[in-house]
Write a protein that binds this ligand. Structure first.
Ligand code: HEM
Length: 336
């Protein structure tokens, strides 16, 4: 069967090619040397046929008279390598990364518990994010969550959802999920751009960030609160991951929407799929940690993005230099 299929493909290639395929550049090998190799034809063939088959499997492009020149490639063997990477190490390491993040959070929660406002809630609040800042955050957050879920479905859905909901439901879900992914990406790009404009000046690294990181942000023990301005070093890392990761996802995602425009071919597209997935998986893991600390992980944190106002004691414990700036006080240093 395979021999017949390969012969048909060879004939098709010869039919679309006005010149003998690469006959000048690659002389035919003597039959005795036609060692069996991946993609080599089975059965008895002439040396010329064997060479043609080999070239087909190597993706050599023949000449076609129709406008779509890609049709000159009969077998794109790199697709097999790419598929093996995508469905092999990429999916496996990605799954370990996400599971690993969940385990780290569970262990952290078991050991450290919820990070409390140590001085207890005060009766005063202070504005942390205005309506525009919160809009930018929730636009980014909501769109990212849809993109993450629909993207994860493209990578893992066939193993996780398909057995649960069956072929027909999975096919519709994946089709609409893919459409949502393509369109909602625009909202994510807008949200990230807004956050970039609004918060860039608060996210420039400084010497205090090194000290904050050296003390683990004071998160691993009680009574330790390294000084911080509006955003501490941990938050700056999240910010730059979102901006940097968002930029890579936007560029690669944009090309994947129009794979054969801009002079790019199938190989570029395959590389972009891998980069898009690797960066997305890393960013999802980072954001899982961010969502934990912004909700159950830390008392008083959610209000910052909920109402926009935080408890003053929370603010003094986690962002003392920022409170001093906002209130026009003399900057205090963190109490270790
Ligand atoms: C349910 C999901 C989410 C919750 C509950 C949440 C919660 C929060 C909170 C409470 C803050 C303010 C922290 C503070 O006052 O210091 C914040 C900040 C921020 N969030 Fe989210 N967030 C969520 C999802 C996301 C997503 C999906 C992204 C981006 C993809 C994101 C990006 C950011 C960034 C860049 C900041 C500023 C830096 C930082 O505080 O880490 N958030 N978030």
């Amino acid at each position: 069967m395979r021999w017949i299929a390969l012969t048909l493909m060879a004939l098709a290639l010869l039919a679309v090619s006005p010149q003998p395929l690469l006959a000048q550049t690659a002389p035919a090998q003597p039959q005795a040397q036609a060692a069996p190799e991946a993609g080599a034809p089975m059965g008895r063939t002439s040396a010329t046929e064997a060479e043609i088959f080999r070239q087909i499997r190597q993706g050599v492009q023949g000449t076609v008279s129709i406008p779509d020149k890609k049709a000159g490639v009969l077998v794109q063997s790199e697709g097999e390598n790419w598929r093996n990477i995508r469905n092999g190490p990429l999916s496996t390491y990605g799954a370990w990364l996400l599971l690993g993040m969940v385990v780290v959070i569970a262990v952290f929660f078991a050991v450290r518990g919820r990070i409390r406002i140590e001085a207890g809630p005060s009766s005063r609040t202070i504005e942390r994010f205005n309506a525009v800042e919160r809009f930018a955050h929730w636009l980014t957050a909501a769109s990212f969550i849809v993109l993450a879920l629909t993207g994860l479905n493209m990578l893992y859905g066939r193993y996780v959802l398909l057995p649960l909901i069956g072929k027909s439901a999975f096919a519709s879900l994946t089709l609409y999920g893919k459409m949502a992914h393509n369109y909602i990406a625009a909202a994510f790009v807008l949200g990230v751009l807004m956050m970039l404009v609004l918060w860039l000046r608060h996210n420039i690294p400084n010497a205090g960030d090194v000290k904050w990181l050296a003390q683990g942000g004071g998160m691993f023990g009680k009574g330790k609160h390294p000084p911080a301005h509006k955003f501490n070093a941990g938050q700056k890392l999240i910010f730059w991951s979102v901006v940097g990761g968002g930029a890579v996802l936007t560029v690669t995602g944009f090309y994947l929407l129009m794979p054969f425009d801009f002079g790019m071919g199938i190989h570029d597209m395959q590389k972009f799929v891998v980069w898009h997935a690797v960066v997305a998986l890393i960013l999802i893991a980072v954001i899982v940690g961010h969502i934990y600390i912004g909700t159950i992980g830390m008392e008083g944190a959610f209000d910052a993005m909920g109402t926009g106002h935080v408890d003053e004691n929370w603010a003094r414990e986690h962002h003392n230099l920022w409170v001093a700036e906002v209130k026009g006080e003399r900057p205090q240093h963190g109490h270790d």
